[in-house]
Ligand binder design. Sequence first.
Ligand code: SF4
Length: 250
Amino acid sequence: MGESRLHHSTCPLCEAMCGIVIEHREGEIVSIKPDREDVLSRGHICPKAVALKDLHEDPDRLRRPMRRTASGWEPISWDAAFDEVERRVAEIRAQHGNDSVALYAGNPTVHNLGAMLGIGDFIRAVRTRNLYSATSVDQLPHMVASHAMFGHQFLIPVPDVDRTQLFVCIGGNPVASGGSIMGAPGFPKRIEALQARGGRFIVVDPRRTESAEMADEWLPIAVALVVSTVVAIAVAALVFRWLATRAGDP
Ligand code: SF4
């Protein structure tokens, strides 16, 4: 049996981008472990990264292009697949217009550098309004708010969890999610560091989540009250900004 080798990579399944070490031998994955040298994830991974081995070896995994025919699915070559996509998409657009084509890009496509280099040009070339992604499921409110407040949908404020002294988390569970768009893998260690430097972690959530378990203060207010609390904070912020503007008036 040949020697096993190590391959350093990042988990492509979410924005936390945890560093992983893949041990492989003769084309087979032996193990997937956290990369303790990774400066961002610092040795953290969640069970999904370990399960990448199962995903890779799943007999039902799509390993080559498939074409649907009247008698079922048949494997085809990449050249045949690209030719067919080019021909059929052009036909459909010519017959029904640009918006007859819908595109979906989600995880892990958007964590793949090669895909990201080409997908923007492809989307612009197709010129369809029908774009879908993981964002359309759960992030568009973020983006609409960021566009309205800061002028661009990707100008999303991200908490500086490694430097803040007060972290107020409303309706989120970053201990379980890895911080999602925050890109903060190993979140519990970051909160422990915040608490060790004298900071406070406050969680507002009707459910006693994993994050609430770590909180210095857990405010289990009802869902309806969460909405009115957020509205009250927003109003207070607007009033403070107005007052600050007035104070700065000549
Ligand atoms: S938190 Fe889990 S899914 Fe996300 S990048 Fe890290 S290991 Fe992968």
